[in-house]
Design a protein around this ligand. Structure first.
Ligand SMILES: C[S@@+](CC[C@H](N)C(=O)[O-])C[C@H]1O[C@@H](n2cnc3c(N)ncnc32)[C@H](O)[C@@H]1O
Length: 429
């Protein structure tokens, strides 16, 4: 994901390469794993199928958490299947760009990002630092200091989009001495943010408003607009408004690509509008599906919940005689300490599924476990395309900004281990 060029054709060309790979590989990543009864691509990719079943269950999460391990384990078999079929995909695009691999960030990148963090620490006096960051969670503080370190050195006033409590805007106001307007729709967050700003006597003002409701009025030409992790349509709306207003500088870190109002992804750029990919909200969650290594107990609960949900799913399909997934609400972790039968009776009751008297609970429990093992392997292969897919989404935004007359830089503002949503798009007129 490390890239530092401002040529329109370079980004657009790169987009087309990724688009071509993603179109060809659709069967491997565009599927609903929990609906499948077998590997949906098993016949077309037999070597890959064998290799995913050769991976032990308790190895899956560690492989999944690291893009480098994913490619090392899966690419050789995928290559063999493609050769056998005479297909020519550009698999080099799947080799993890070093900074995206969680546990294998090479020294050079770590040191460059660490230097940014060190520069960002210099943003504040040591005395101020402890008080200023006291209300901000550790990772969020790391993110905003790293983000601020990437901002251009100009005196333009700042608009902070979907600000939350405005931690980012507050640091910009304090460290860079800029006037900041922070737009946020939750009254309580605006009040808390304004309270902090007043306490520190900072030039930060909150506007409590809906970002979707004609907030283009907040965007001006002589302005720097920033958005850290404004979800889906929220950051897209900012880009559109900023482009219309001719806002001089825009710096965003996108997240939650699936939080869109439309049923399908609406490409922003002319470049992406030529793509054949039709993406559902479920598809758009792919970049967010990165296993975090939780505690052993936490992992055990997660896997058991997956297996029990799938076991109940098999049961409800038969009981209702409807071959359709039936989502059930979130559960309390304590429910997983009981029996599968108790869990299933609760789920059936919640979803008004009639149950017969003689149910072979052990059969459905075992079936759920088998489906969980299958689902995890289908997901593992889809995750091979996770980074490329996110880059496709990022490049759509980049190309849109270029097409709107901006010079654009796409890079990373912090380590993947601080947040996997570590891409930053900086656009300047
Ligand atoms: C993921 S949080 C990010 C907050 C902050 N930028 C940060 O990085 O900590 C997204 C914020 O957007 C706000 N938000 C959601 N929908 C909004 C809307 N329609 N208009 C304005 N703000 C909105 C939420 O209340 C939330 O504070």
């Amino acid at each position: 994901m490390k890239q530092d060029t401002s040529s329109i054709s370079a980004f657009a060309t790169q987009f087309k390469q990724l688009d071509s790979l993603l179109s060809l590989s659709r069967p491997l990543w565009q599927n609903r794993s929990f609906e499948c009864r077998q590997l949906p691509w098993g016949d077309a990719f037999p070597t890959l199928a064998r290799s995913v079943w050769q991976i032990a269950d308790d190895e899956l999460d560690a492989i999944d958490a690291c893009q480098l391990s994913l490619s090392e384990r899966l690419l050789p078999s995928l290559k063999q299947d493609l050769q056998a079929a005479g297909s020519d995909w550009d698999l080099n695009l799947l080799l993890p760009e070093v900074a995206a691999a969680t546990s294998t960030e090479p020294a050079e990148i770590i040191s460059s990002l660490k230097n940014d963090s060190i520069r960002s620490l210099a943003l504040l006096q040591a005395d101020d630092m402890a008080h200023f960051s006291a209300h901000i969670k550790g990772r969020k503080w790391q993110q905003i200091t790293a983000f601020v370190a990437q901002l251009p050195d100009t005196q333009l006033p700042v608009l902070e989009w979907c600000a939350g409590k405005g931690h980012l805007g507050r640091l910009i106001a304090k460290a860079k001495g800029r006037n900041v307007v922070s737009l946020e729709w939750q009254q309580s967050l605006c009040e808390a943010g304004q309270h902090f700003a007043d306490k520190w006597q900072l030039p930060q003002r909150f506007v409590c408003a809906d970002a979707f409701a004609e907030q283009q009025g907040q965007l001006e030409e002589q302005q720097l607009a920033v958005a850290l992790h404004a979800c889906g349509d929220l950051h897209v709306t900012l880009l559109q408004h900023a482009s219309n207003a001719g806002t001089r500088q825009v710096v965003i870190s996108p997240c939650c690509y699936h939080l869109i109002q439309a049923q399908y992804y609406q490409p922003l750029s002319m470049t992406a509008k030529t793509s054949d990919l039709l993406l559902t909200r479920a598809d758009l969650q792919l970049p967010l599906q990165q296993s975090m290594i939780a505690s052993a107990k936490g992992n055990q609960y997660r896997l058991q919940e997956m297996a029990w949900r799938l076991g109940f799913d098999s049961l409800q399909r038969e009981m209702r005689q409807v071959d359709e997934y039936l989502p059930i609400p979130s559960i309390k972790q304590s429910q997983l300490n009981g029996e599968f039968e108790t869990f299933s009776r609760w789920a059936a009751n919640t979803k008004k599924v009639p149950l017969i008297d003689s149910i072979d609970w052990a059969h459905y429990q075992a079936n759920g476990r088998e489906r969980q093992r299958l689902t995890r392997r289908i997901d593992l292969v889809a995750h091979l395309f996770r980074s490329v897919f996110e880059k496709w989404l990022l490049l759509d935004r980049v190309c849109f900004l270029e097409e709107s007359g901006y010079q654009v830089k796409l890079s990373e503002f912090c380590l993947n281990s601080i947040t996997p949503r570590n891409a930053i798009i900086s656009a300047f007129k």
